[in-house]
Design a binder for this molecule. Structure first.
Ligand code: CA
Length: 434
């Protein structure tokens, strides 16, 4: 598991002035990876620093790096992140140390300043090739609240506290932040009707999730033990698993989510590495009286610091707010460590216990990360009690589910005394008509 080193020193400053702003998501202690392109040019791999992107292909050419670092930069100069992800945690730490030194005050500013490009001037894509995507259901408050809506007499199924629940999603419809979200059509069965109808969803929702990217994979037929699972995690992004609740309610039994989920899912553009998150790990605990995880999902490392302390926020801006110049407003807040019943490493160990092979760039969705209170809901389904209790926005508009023209934004950051605050950037999408 990643430990603290000089790259986490909260006093460390960068020669990139915007990286030293107190409220930046991307101080020198963060250094997340993403995929960007200048207008009309090919995709490249970069690292976010303040309001800039360090172009790693240019950086490889503009200054002298140690040979092991140069080899890693050459891998990234392909414009794909996956080859580097496959190299695992040791390679990631080597590059992080080198980039931290190069971007620190006193580093080779003259050589690297020409390798910066403002984030505002580039397009940010899906950060890597996502071969497979699995969505889990680790938010126990979400699972309980949603269970109550779908099955009032039996909200939390008996397997929930024993086995991390998940399903295989669809990677092809994972889109970059900013991509418009087309309202999906599908079958729904209205209450009291004898037959279903097909049409645009009337209950379009978000799901506030974290996305865990796999770094080094495992061979088919082998398992990743829990003690090694952290080394197979590359990093974390924000993830909105857009959901059509009316389609979901009609189709989900007996095999689970299908067309209610796979029309689009949005990822934030920057992958915050497990190293950057090292100061923000928390003990993983179970409430008294709950079953302890089975031995393959339990070890001292996870108990000590398996949880991720990430503050999450959902913001909404309607078309009318946008026209009036009003920024998105927060509609809920939660914390990943409080919301999650399973850790990312447990998901990796469980996913591979049967010999299933994970590959570099695979994405594991956490599931909706709601807190126990209504104001901590990670979905509108919970926030509005299944649509029955709409909320009112500052301009007087009311919402139960998302309307065409609504922009939904997820934000996340980590902070604690003694560490530099880091953030995830934004995960945004605007709903367009069916
Ligand atoms: Ca989900």
């Amino acid at each position: 598991m990643s430990t603290l080193d000089a790259t986490h020193d909260p006093a460390l400053q960068s020669w990139v002035a915007s990286a030293n702003a107190a409220d930046t998501d991307f101080p020198i202690q963060n250094l997340p990876f993403g995929r960007f392109r200048r207008p009309g040019q090919a995709w490249r791999i970069g690292v976010a620093i303040g309001d800039q992107v360090l172009d790693l292909e240019l950086a490889a050419e503009h200054t002298k790096w140690p040979s092991d670092v140069q080899a890693l930069l050459a891998l990234l100069a392909t414009g794909e992140l996956n080859g580097f992800m496959a190299r695992g945690a040791a390679a990631r730490r080597t590059l992080r140390r080198a980039l931290s030194q190069a971007l620190a005050a006193g580093g080779p500013e003259d050589a690297l300043a020409p390798c910066l490009v403002p984030q505002a001037e580039v397009e940010l894509g899906v950060p890597c090739r996502i071969g497979d995507y699995t969505d889990f259901y680790v938010g126990i408050h979400h699972a309980t609240a949603v269970g109550k809506l779908f099955r009032p007499d039996n909200p939390l199924l008996p397997n929930y506290k024993w086995v991390p629940i998940g399903y295989h999603g669809r990677a092809s419809s994972i889109v970059a932040s900013g991509t418009p979200i087309r309202r999906p059509r599908g079958q729904t069965q209205a209450a009291g009707q004898d037959a279903p109808e097909v049409g645009p969803t009337q209950r379009l929702d978000l799901e506030l999730e974290l996305g865990f990217f796999i770094g080094a994979g495992n061979a088919l037929g082998t398992s990743i033990p829990l003690a090694e699972a952290e080394d197979h995690l590359f990093g974390v992004c924000l993830f909105n698993d857009w959901s059509a609740r009316d389609i979901q309610a009609w189709e989900y039994q007996p095999l689970g989510p299908f067309l209610a989920k796979n029309f689009a899912s949005t990822v934030s553009p920057w992958i915050v590495t497990m190293e950057a998150l090292a100061p923000f790990r928390r003990p993983f605990t179970r409430p008294a009286g709950d079953p302890q995880p089975l031995p393959y999902l339990d070890d001292a490392g996870q108990r000590e610091r398996g949880a991720l302390d990430v503050q999450l926020e959902v913001r909404l801006q309607t078309a009318a707010m946008r026209e009036a110049g009003m920024p998105p407003v927060a509609i809920s807040n939660s914390n990943a460590a409080q919301a999650a019943y399973w850790t990312a490493a447990q998901l990796v160990a469980h996913h591979t216990v049967n010999g299933c092979n994970l590959q570099p760039g695979d994405l594991l969705g956490s599931g909706t990360l709601s807190g126990p209170e209504r104001a901590q809901a990670g979905s509108l389904l919970e926030l509005t009690a299944g649509g029955k209790e709409p909320f009112t926005l500052p301009n007087g508009e009311r919402r139960a589910f998302l309307q065409d023209g609504d922009t939904l934004v997820l934000a996340g950051h980590c902070e604690r005394p003694g560490a530099r605050r880091i953030g995830f950037g934004l995960c945004a999408g605007t709903v367009v008509p069916a």
